[in-house]
Ligand binder design. Structure first.
Ligand code: MN
Length: 395
């Protein structure tokens, strides 16, 4: 059997490409499946489910897990506390509005890091918070200080940063920094920034503060991954993800996509075991009730499936022809699917596996019938395949 290696575009590693990056040495993934993932309509994890997912994330090497938003309910507070009490290796993070009451609930949960946030865009200030810029600035200073004074490792994020005028954003970030924030977050709350816009903004942020900065991105235009990759190249050292990219509207940056892209497209190992991604994805699919689409990159059922005769024939010769990475790298499987686009190779391969000998003519007859079924029904099941074989091959 052909030993498959990774075979991605060599353009990724051209000197002029690599030289332009200011990617930090250490990048932390803080997974938010249990918080922003749970904000997806229809998703609710109870305490046991949160514990199960947190344990799995910890086991595959996540070093920071955002366990929830304790101020939401007593039950949520209990779940976050329980995740913290589990004594995992990962640090446990929790979300908090920029309010004393929320900070107090987080303190009760004994978490490792608080994720304070307040909206900063004119739209959110006017229609949601009904606050002035001055009030936001004042609260930022006071409450970051309050969290720090209570011994909390503190991350401070502006919500809707990407629709906030930069001069204001810079002022808030500076105040958070002056009051001791350990991390400053940039968020694309409605997923509306382009990679070029992200490059501009992340570069500005990185140049104006010394504090490490994080990025939290949504996928409304399918750009969460592109924006994350640009963000880390411009200096972001922490990135929020969710398993399967679950989350509000178009979802969040998918954990598996970001980690694998970093590993194979940027040669940056984040210390997370990618071979468990399919299992992780299955677990979250089951507990969230959000069905994965078959063509979901990396972890979808068809991420490594081939039907076209030309593709199947080439893949069997050398998988790298139509797969840039081996499915095992993400714990997925290769599937050779029978259908109207099938060719002789897949038929021969299946017969050979069972030690069945068939003449060239018999193979052609089988194929003709398989293609007809595929054309009619869109797919050909295993049972149908073997029925066709029985009809044409004398034993
Ligand atoms: Mn979000």
């Amino acid at each position: 059997m052909f030993e498959q290696e990774v075979s991605v575009s060599p353009y990724n590693f051209m000197k002029e490409v690599v030289e332009k990056s200011s990617m930090p040495e250490k990048i932390t993934v803080y997974d938010s499946t249990l918080r922003d993932g749970e904000q997806m309509p229809g998703v609710s994890f109870n305490k046991e489910e949160k514990l199960t997912i947190a344990r799995a994330l910890d086991e595959i090497g996540l070093t920071q897990i955002e366990a929830g938003f304790p101020a939401v309910s007593e039950e949520e507070k209990g779940a976050v506390s329980a995740v913290k009490k589990e004594g995992l290796s990962a640090e446990i993070l929790a979300l908090s509005r920029l309010r004393k009451e929320d900070i107090a609930v987080c303190l009760d949960c004994d978490i490792d890091m608080i994720l304070l946030f307040i909206a900063s865009s004119p739209l959110h200030l006017k229609y949601k918070l009904r606050m002035t810029e001055e009030e936001v600035l004042e609260n930022t200073g006071t409450l970051v200080q309050y969290a720090k004074d209570h011994g909390l490792k503190t991350s401070f994020s502006t919500e809707d940063s990407t629709r906030t005028e930069y001069s204001f954003l810079e002022k808030i970030n500076r105040i958070a920094e002056e009051h001791g924030a350990d991390r400053i977050g940039l968020t694309d709350t409605v997923g509306c920034i382009s990679p070029e816009g992200m490059k501009n903004l992340a570069t500005k942020v990185s140049q104006s503060i010394k504090t490490p900065f994080s990025i939290h991105l949504h996928n409304d235009f399918g750009l969460a991954l592109a924006n994350a990759l640009v963000g880390v190249q411009c200096g972001a050292s922490a990135v929020a993800t969710t398993v399967n990219g679950i989350g509000e509207r178009g979802g969040n940056l998918a954990l598996e996509e970001f980690v694998v892209a970093m590993k194979v497209l940027y040669d940056k190992d984040l210390g997370i075991n990618t071979e468990c991604f399919k299992d992780m994805s299955d677990l979250v699919e089951r507990l969230s009730g959000i069905k994965l689409s078959k063509n979901k990159p990396l972890v979808g059922k068809h991420a490594f499936s081939h039907e076209s005769g030309i593709h199947v024939a080439a893949t069997l010769e050398c998988p790298m022809t139509y797969e840039a990475i081996p499915p095992a790298l993400v714990g997925n499987k290769r599937r050779l699917v029978l259908g109207k686009h099938s060719g002789k190779t897949v038929v021969k391969d299946r017969l050979k596996e069972k030690g069945i000998e068939a003449s060239e003519e018999e193979v052609c007859d089988i194929l003709r019938e398989i293609k007809a079924i595929g054309e009619q029904k869109g797919r050909v099941s295993n049972r149908e395949f073997w029925e066709v074989v029985k009809k044409h091959v004398q034993e």
